[in-house]
Design a protein around this ligand. Structure first.
Ligand code: HEM
Length: 416
């Protein structure tokens, strides 16, 4: 654990599973808040969303909605056909392009499109990568938000910079929010008009949110800002994370043909060659699951989880004042030699063979918490993302022909 002061803000960098456990489990109630960064505050209508909502009654209400309705098992199951259609459409398009000898395909952008389309159709019933300008605008906004949120903003840490926009982040955030607001107003008005005309059918997440906002007996009335910022949450929290994980997984498989072969063998044995893998097959594909865990261990798509203390606490005997920001460093935890023998090796077998390493990723085993832990654990935690896609910081382009050759010239598990 390292305690430091970033400007005027006391911070802790936590890089071991025992400290993560102390913060996220033993002292959970003191550490369930998130730091209020300036860019985030602009973009989320003053933290009216879920991801950055202060820990309190509003967050609790949204959490309960997420678990019971918005991202609950029933909704996720009802929206399965959307995920399946998008995955099949990508696989067909890759296969067709390989067949006509297209030499290189940028898998990073294919996978981010896939993740965007799945999230967009589940949320608003519209594809994100359609030809219309609105779809592209949503994608651009999500990319800009993700980029801005990842930057170090001096105004968050150094008091004298609070009133100056030296890095131009305030201006950019206001511009993004304005564009997003115009677009969401249009989408919501269309949705409200279409809801008047038809009833019944499968509801997307925006339908569910509008239902709740119109429910006069609801414990908390959702405002328009709450709805817009929640939709933004789903896009920002759901697309890049899923896409990055999948792209790293592909990169590791291409670089480890023996592991790829084993995964193919498992799929051929369990699923056969006549159909595509389905979400429901996952439980019977332990080696594939181990590959995904190993990918998340080495390449967590959320490398640092930010939390904030709401009262004075003690961590490992040290006094930690209220309003301290902690960065839980999942990247370092996944590479900790104390926990992982040969930590830099990509070896999925460690999750199947080695005693004590049969970990799951739902926040109970602190050696590896890619979805976080405790009350603020990711509500999806491995349910939805399995079927979506990928993107990454380095090595953006992969050659589909290399992938195909490495798979023995056949897209065996991809082929319908
Ligand atoms: C590989 C995919 C994903 C990973 C690795 C991931 C990881 C995470 C992590 C580490 C957190 C912080 C947890 C904490 O503070 O303890 C989080 C929070 C969250 N994630 Fe995910 N996530 C993924 C996919 C998704 C998807 C697909 C969605 C939505 C459709 C989503 C929605 C959220 C939300 C709403 C929160 C905030 C929860 C809260 O603050 O109470 N995530 N996620």
């Amino acid at each position: 654990m390292i305690g430091l002061r970033l400007g005027s803000v006391p911070c802790i960098a936590a890089s071991s599973s025992s400290i993560a456990k102390e913060i996220m489990r033993t002292q959970e109630t003191a550490w369930s808040d998130r730091p209020q960064f300036r860019v985030v505050s602009y973009i989320t209508y003053g933290c009216a969303d879920f991801v950055f909502a202060p820990y309190g009654p509003h967050w609790r209400f949204l959490k309960q909605l997420c678990m019971s309705q918005l991202l609950g098992g029933r909704t996720i199951d009802q929206l399965l056909p959307i995920r399946r259609e998008e995955v099949v459409s990508l696989v067909r398009s890759l296969y067709d392009r390989c067949k006509v000898g297209r030499t290189s395909i940028n898998m990073g952008s294919e996978l981010i499109n896939l993740a965007n389309n799945v999230i967009s159709r589940m949320t608003t019933s519209h594809r994100c990568c359609g030809s219309d300008g609105e779809a592209m605008e949503m994608r651009t906004i999500v990319e800009e938000v993700a980029e801005l949120m990842g930057k170090f903003n001096m105004a968050d840490f150094i008091g004298i910079y609070k009133n100056w926009d030296l890095q131009g982040f305030d201006k950019r955030s206001k511009n993004i929010r304005q564009r997003y607001d115009v677009m969401m107003e249009r989408i919501m008005k269309e949705k409200e008009a279409s809801r008047k005309k038809k009833s019944g059918g499968i509801k997307d997440l925006l339908d569910i949110l509008i239902d709740i906002a119109e429910d006069s007996s609801a414990e908390v009335r959702l405002s328009r800002e709450n709805i817009k910022s929640f939709v933004m949450d789903i896009f920002v929290a759901g697309t890049d994370t899923s896409a990055v994980t999948l792209e790293w997984g592909l990169a590791e498989l291409i670089n480890h043909p023996d592991i790829l072969r084993k995964a193919q063998d498992e799929i051929e044995a369990v699923v056969g060659k006549k159909r595509l893998v389905q979400e429901s097959d996952a439980a019977n594909l332990p080696y594939l699951q181990a590959i995904i865990k190993e990918t998340m261990r080495l390449h967590p798509s959320v490398p640092m989880i930010p939390r904030r203390s709401t009262r004075d606490t003690k961590i490992k005997g040290y006094d930690v004042p209220a309003n301290t920001t902690v960065f839980i460093n999942l990247w370092a935890m996944g590479r900790d030699p104390e926990q992982w023998p040969e930590p830099l090796e990509f070896r999925p077998e460690r999750f199947l063979e080695e005693p004590g390493q049969q970990l799951d990723v739902r926040g109970q085993h602190f050696e590896m918490i890619p979805f976080g832990s405790g009350r603020r654990l990711c509500p999806v935690r491995g349910r939805l993302w399995r079927c979506i896609s990928y993107r990454v910081r380095w090595r953006r382009c992969y050659s589909a022909s290399i992938g195909s050759r490495r798979m023995g010239g056949r897209w065996t598990w991809l082929k319908d």
